[in-house]
Design a protein around this ligand. Sequence first.
Ligand SMILES: [Fe+2]
Length: 365
Amino acid sequence: MTVTFQPFDVPGAQTVHGNAFPYGLQLHCPDTASAGVPTVDEAVIALTSLAESGRLSELLQRHGAVLIHGIGHPAAETFARLINAVENARGAHPFVQIGLAGKRTLVAENVWTANEGPSDRRFYQHNEYSRYTRFPSNIHFYCEKKALQGGETPIAHSALVYEKLQATVPALVREVHQRGLAMKMVFRAPGHEGKGNEFNWAGKHSFGQEFKPGDDRDTQKRKAEAQVRKLTPTFRWLQDDTLELVQHIPGIRRAPASGRPVWFNGLVGRYGMTRDLGALDPPYLGRDGMTYLPCDYGDGTAIPAEYLQKLEEVVNSLEIDLCLEEGDLLLVDNLQVSHGRKPWTGERKILVSMWETDQSPMEAF
Ligand SMILES: [Fe+2]
């Protein structure tokens, strides 16, 4: 049975530099017995050939994000089969996480729960792991279960964010361009986590990758330090074994696919969440009991609050709220496109898969 793809207009899509963002592809199956829904095997074959031909990479580079509709059979296993086949065909490698600040569970091969933080908490726009110098080229989303209400997956085009910021808050763009950003992270010791988005430095995908059962605290700290150093030389241990680290990043980079400057950092994500948790002022303690240090310019000076407020307005104004249907696959070029999460009621299962491609490194702009 031949499965074909047909482009469709995604509700709310924008035109970015002449290209639809995101690009929509609908799977069509001529077999009437299956009511137009291909089998998982047929979908895997169709998507693999799209990837092998180079067409899928071309679409991702040009459009930044591709929404694939009509796959059917919503399940973690369906996502795993599809995404592993597609990324292997593109010659990509699974991204190995370091420094995870949240809860994620591996549910199938290279497939994770998106983030198990509370459903009433909004996640503002961020390119995945852009707060570090080590990040995946792609993050793909999959809807296994749609929320009763809300739970959209908003995305924004990072080249557009850069352009609108330059027009609206040119001083912020200029300062970040000249001084970069100092992204600060606080990881509590095991047993001292907050409530709601519990994580600590010992997490398997935070800095506990090499831990063995029975490791004492000093051994754990030594092993955690080796992982931290893969990200940054700038960190310290506090008396209660809290780990504070600072990662210096350019904040604005050049997207390899387009050569255009992109706003590439987790600044608005951190600002929005910290504000919502009431942690903007010293001692920067959130309602969830966690510490959220403000991010500074790279030279350690504070970013004025009014710039951060304008930044949030600009990013919010460019967000596209995608309502993923069960079985929908959203492929995202993490180097060009940021994502977030809207609150919801009921049960919602969004899964993610992160990959690295061998394309040229992402230079600072
Ligand atoms: Fe994310």
